[in-house]
Design a protein around this ligand. Structure first.
Ligand code: IPE
Ligand code: IPE
Ligand code: MG
Length: 246
């Protein structure tokens, strides 16, 4: 049986989030500059986006650039920003063709003006697409997101817009960048690293994890299918006993 035939399309993760890691090591292994790794990583992005849309995954979130990534050498940051601009320009057609809406999470005011404008343009042009929401985590840090939510909520409490007594988990959800997205069901991280790196800390409370040694530029359809097959073999108990959910 093919891998894809093993996938039950009625039990797909509603929200798949991917930490796309390993571009630099992929390039290094080939004796190339890190920039080539990033460039080849964009091919895996396109394949993953199109495959998820075809499978019927409703929400795909890709970790593209973290708040900590600003600390990389300026040349690498510049390369990544240029690549972001060209990818947004090139992929608009793919997004339209596949009826995919672009969304973003993160502190986008830190992005160079050109990148921010291109991003907002594509978000605007795809806003009525409904097959899948593709969220790019750009200049994203989960702690910054939570801190930001705490600041907005405290202001609202101070100004009597909400009372302390009425604070609950849904109010926190509403003040996160991900307010319009469901909780994450499955996190994939490539490149053999087993860590979260400040990604969606609140939203992954009950997510399943799939780690693979494959470096991001080598990540293709079959790797995605494998992750989903693994996810579908698991029993998600959410604190209950196995008997309770059967
Ligand atoms: C992921 O690949 C891309 C970004 C973090 C922007 P890396 O650039 O982290 O590649 P490695 O981890 O150094 O191999
Ligand atoms: C995480 O990868 C961020 C992205 C994939 C955008 P990193 O390569 O930056 O993570 P660390 O620093 O190794 O944890
Ligand atoms: Mg890395």
């Amino acid at each position: 049986m093919n891998l894809i035939e093993k996938i039950d399309t009625n039990r797909l993760p509603k929200h798949l989030a991917i930490i796309m890691d390993g571009n630099g090591r992929w390039a290094k292994q080939k004796g190339l500059l890190r920039a080539f790794g990033h460039e080849n990583g964009t091919k895996s992005v396109r394949i993953t986006v199109e495959t998820c849309a075809k499978l019927g995954i409703e929400n795909l979130t890709l970790y593209a650039f973290s708040t900590e990534n600003w600390n990389r050498p300026k040349l690498e940051v510049d390369t990544l920003m240029k690549l972001l601009i060209s990818s947004l320009k090139n992929e608009l057609e793919t997004l339209q063709k596949n009826n995919i809406r672009l969304n973003c999470i993160g502190n986008i005011d830190r992005l160079p003006e050109k990148a921010k404008n291109e991003l907002l343009t594509v978000i605007e042009k795809t806003k009525n697409n409904s097959r899948m929401t593709l969220t790019l985590a750009l200049s994203y840090g989960s702690r910054e997101e939570l801190l930001n939510a705490v600041k907005i909520i405290s202001d609202k409490v101070k100004n009597n817009i909400i009372s302390t007594d009425s604070l609950d988990e849904s109010i926190i959800n509403q003040h996160l960048y991900t307010h319009n997205l469901p909780d994450v069901d499955l996190v994939i991280r490539t490149s053999g690293e087993h860590r979260i790196s400040n990604f969606l800390l609140w939203q992954i409370a009950y997510a399943e994890f799939y780690f693979t040694d494959v470096l991001w530029p080598d990540f293709k359809e079959a790797d995605l299918y494998e992750a989903i097959v693994s996810y579908q073999k698991r029993e998600r108990r959410f604190g209950k006993t196995s008997e309770q959910i059967k």
